[in-house]
Design a protein around this ligand. Structure first.
Ligand code: PMP
Length: 416
């Protein structure tokens, strides 16, 4: 067997491309934050994770420029040996202080942080990892490469059932997303920490979509739930609200020091580039000094979410700047995103396995950088699409569509 056979025979992308609806790897040729240029046309960007709209904030740009001038373009080595900048250390100090934890560690990407930390902590004699079924791929890979006793749970009821089979779980780490990235669903962290008190496990919380958005000054989902002190390790990424690239973990100093010296993804990978570290630090300082950012964010989110709900879209109960529009059919999500782009709006489809089969979404997210005019334009686009296509009328979770297999009927409707 040719090891490349799977590649040569794989045709899914070509099939979608031939329908003209291929939605991936779109080429953006410039960006102003709330708008991007695609195929020579400026469109409203409603498909980013730029939750605070800081990618083009003057302070963030100036910090990145200064770092380029002072340190050059890259660190060309791991932090362990030769790439550890005072910028990384300032970022860690201010993050630890911001989250009220003893120490912080920054990695070159969030994926690397999750993979390195979870695989290391889990890789111990007798360790048990409880992992939420919908966790991000980086946690899934961390759990897999820990090669320890792993137990998936589908919700907190399920976790509790599994915990109740024992009495003490000090050797267990519960690994979970705080905000689920496609639906915007927020985990009940009060309940999770109550379980922790009863059973004694440790918690690793991936708050990629909550940090910089929820809680006081963007301290995240745990702060919003009033349980920040109970979470052992909080993970965040700089690739979303921090308008940069990289990831971080905050927690107790000995744990962070252990990760600093042992996690393979930090010691064997080059350091976060200077301009990325400087822009993340500038973004953090803005979160701490500019309450208006959050006021504007929530005002814009409420305006847009109410608007799409009024048009009949189900938004999956999201309470975050992620506003998912339930479409159901995978190929319909592709078609609607294509037509939205033609009407001046960039939004992304989310299909299985990122969401359950038959519950494809158009994933949008709103930022304070969007103007009301831009959001009104976006609502106009979704109004036209809702008039043209059958949007599932769902009022509660029990009515969510189920499907046996992928629905390709909107790829080539003329042939159906
Ligand atoms: N966790 C979650 C929940 C995410 O959504 C992401 C990014 N999509 C990551 C981790 C990885 O972060 P990064 O982009 O920094 O690699």
């Amino acid at each position: 067997m040719d090891i490349f056979e799977a590649c040569f025979s794989w045709q899914e992308a070509e099939l979608v491309k031939s329908s003209g609806l291929y939605p991936y790897y779109r080429t953006l040729s410039s960006s102003e934050g709330s708008t991007v240029e695609v195929d020579g046309k400026r469109v409203i960007m409603l498909g980013s994770n730029n939750y605070l709209g800081l990618t083009h904030h003057p302070d963030v740009l100036a910090a990145a420029h200064d770092a380029l001038d002072r340190y050059g373009t890259g660190c060309t080595g791991s932090r362990l040996l030769n790439g550890n900048l005072d910028l990384h250390e300032s970022l860690e100090r201010e993050l630890a202080e911001h989250f009220g934890k003893e120490a912080a560690l920054v990695f070159s990407s969030g994926f690397l942080a999750n993979l390195g930390a979870v695989s290391l902590l889990g890789h111990q004699e007798g360790a048990v990892l409880f992992s939420e079924r919908e966790n991000h791929a980086s946690l899934v890979d961390g759990v897999r490469s820990a090669r320890s006793d792993t137990r998936l749970f589908k919700d907190l009821d399920d976790l509790e059932r599994q915990l109740a089979q024992g009495t003490q779980w000090e050797h267990a780490l519960v690994v979970t997303d705080a905000v689920f990235s496609m639906s915007g669903r927020v985990l009940d962290l009060k309940r999770l920490t109550a379980l922790k008190q009863k059973y004694g496990f440790r918690i690793y919380l991936d708050d990629a979509h909550g940090v910089g958005v929820l809680g006081h000054q963007g301290r995240g989902a745990a702060d919003a739930a009033g349980v920040g002190a109970e979470i052992d390790l909080i993970f965040g990424t700089f690739s979303k609200s921090f308008a940069s690239l990289g990831g971080f973990i905050v927690g107790e100093r000995p744990v962070i020091d252990y990760l600093r010296h042992k996690a393979r993804t930090i010691i064997f990978s080059a350091a976060m580039p200077p301009s990325a570290a400087a822009s993340a630090l500038a973004a953090l300082r803005l979160m701490r000094s500019t309450p208006e950012l959050f006021e504007k964010l929530w005002e814009r989110v409420a305006f847009f979410r109410r608007g799409v709900e009024r048009l009949g879209y189900h938004t999956m109960g999201s309470t975050t700047p992620i506003v998912p529009l339930l479409v159901g059919s995978e190929s319909l999500a592709f078609r609607m995103c294509r037509e939205a782009l033609d009407l001046g709006l960039f939004a992304t489809p989310a299909i299985y396995p990122a969401v359950p089969l038959g519950q494809a979404l158009i994933r949008t997210s709103v930022t304070p950088a969007h103007t009301e005019e831009q959001l009104a334009h976006a609502l106009g686009v979704f109004e036209q699409l809702a008039a043209r296509y059958p949007i599932p009328k769902v009022t509660d979770a029990a009515q969510l569509p189920a499907a046996e297999e992928m629905d390709f009927s909107y790829l080539f409707p003329e042939e159906a």
